[in-house]
Design a protein around this ligand. Structure first.
Ligand SMILES: Nc1ncnc2c1ncn2[C@@H]1O[C@H](COP(=O)(O)OP(=O)(O)OP(=O)(O)O)[C@@H](O)[C@H]1O
Length: 382
């Protein structure tokens, strides 16, 4: 198919006030321009993309948040003769690609913006008659095998047959920055993706538990971030790594062993809060799903968040593993996350599942958490 352009549509952005919408539209276009080589215009809630490479643009648009659907299209002028001529060529191409034949039930869907001396129904009937004359195929408006869309916008008319779904959400970068505690597991990459979909730029903090975890875990974290970067056009993920092994040793040596995981998570939140303040992020995000593992019971979630003065979001809290894994597969992180990295050797045999906030508070004081976290923070490279 020889297309002239791609028409993209946005969803939620259109519900905003005029001022906010115009800011979000600009950001959406900027995000598109940073990964697609194209000339891009916007007119009345439609984005017109004239790419250098169509396949590449079609691929990239599926990963740009804010886009709800898009259609490769041909363009012509709004006259009966020119639309007939262009439609005949378009149908020729559809036929060559086995998308239409004399038995295909089809419908023309016409939309119109502007002042014309015909209605949308009249124009659809005209376009339908062009197709019937050419192929003799039956019109079926309620249950067609193929829909051909004709979009008339003043003097320009666009013809297309596909509406490819985009990822939806809000344009990346419109909702500020968040620090995501991003491990090498299945869940936190999905949490990061969902926050990106809501428009947040991600700062990914990885706590490197070496020598309790292997270099494979660190490599997996890098590969996961590279995969998530394909969705981050216009607001790339910033990766930060903290050396966390010494802190974990201190937890093991100076606190009851059943507390290690609680103190580990509590320390991660403290670090994430410091990083958030340092990098002007307004929230922390984790991959918790209620009750999934020992560290994610309600008492433990409460105890690990004590003294954290930055909001913590857990976008997966109500999802089960199957739902989370399905998203991980869709976004391409599942196969990386599921690779065996040997796990964390600091996990005790019997981790606490019902933490008492006072006891955790005492354990944090006794192990000198504040100093240990300050020391760990210094290992982050900026
Ligand atoms: N090494 C780490 N670096 C950064 N964040 C981490 C790390 N380990 C765990 N977290 C955070 O704590 C949350 C819960 O921890 P848990 O030990 O259950 O994670 P996991 O199973 O290793 O990874 P995930 O939850 O991402 O599948 C994670 O979702 C993640 O947000």
């Amino acid at each position: 198919m020889n297309y002239d352009l791609i028409i993209a549509r946005y969803g939620e952005v259109g519900l905003k006030s005029h001022k906010v919408r115009s800011r979000f539209e600009k950001r959406l276009i900027r995000n598109m321009e940073s990964s697609i080589e194209a000339e891009i215009d916007i007119d009345q809630a439609r984005i017109f993309i004239f790419p250098q490479n169509f396949d590449d643009a079609i691929n990239k648009l599926s990963k740009i948040f804010g886009v709800v659907s898009y259609s490769p299209a041909v363009a012509t002028h709004t006259t009966f003769d020119e639309v007939e001529d262009t439609l005949l060529k378009y149908v020729d191409e559809l036929e060559k690609n086995n998308l239409i034949n004399p038995n295909t039930k089809f419908a023309i869907r016409c939309r119109r913006v502007g002042t014309h001396d015909f209605t949308s129904q009249e124009f659809a009937a005209f376009a339908g008659s062009v197709v019937v004359k050419k192929l003799g195929c039956p019109v079926d408006l309620s249950n067609p095998d193929l829909e051909i869309f004709i979009e008339v916008r003043d003097n320009d008319t666009y013809i297309y047959h596909e509406k490819i779904p985009g990822p939806g959400g809000l344009p990346l970068g419109t909702q500020g920055k968040v620090v995501v505690l991003l491990s090498s597991g299945i869940d936190s990459p999905v949490a990061a993706y969902l926050m990106m979909k809501r428009g947040c730029q991600v700062i990914a903090l990885y706590c490197d538990n070496a020598p309790y975890t292997s270099s494979k875990a660190l490599k997996k974290n890098e590969d996961i971030i590279n995969q998530l970067q394909t969705y981050a056009s216009g607001a790339p993920i910033k990766r930060r790594i903290v050396k966390y092994g010494d802190y974990l040793s201190k937890c093991q040596n100076d606190a009851p062993s059943r507390m290690t995981c609680i103190l580990c998570k509590s320390g991660m939140y403290q670090l994430a809060a410091m990083l958030a303040k340092d990098m002007h992020a307004l929230a922390i995000v984790d991959g918790n799903s209620l009750g999934q593992v020992a560290s994610q019971t309600l008492p433990n979630i409460l105890a690990t968040r004590e003294d954290v003065d930055v909001p913590i979001f857990s976008p997966l809290i109500g999802m089960d593993k199957v739902e989370i894994s399905r998203i991980a597969e869709k976004i391409g992180t599942f196969d990386i996350s599921k690779l065996d990295d040997g796990g964390c050797k600091a996990v005790p045999r019997y981790p606490e599942t019902n933490a008492n906030i006072n006891q955790v508070h005492e354990a944090r004081e006794n192990m000198g958490q504040k100093t240990e976290i300050l020391n760990a923070f210094k290992t982050i490279k900026f």
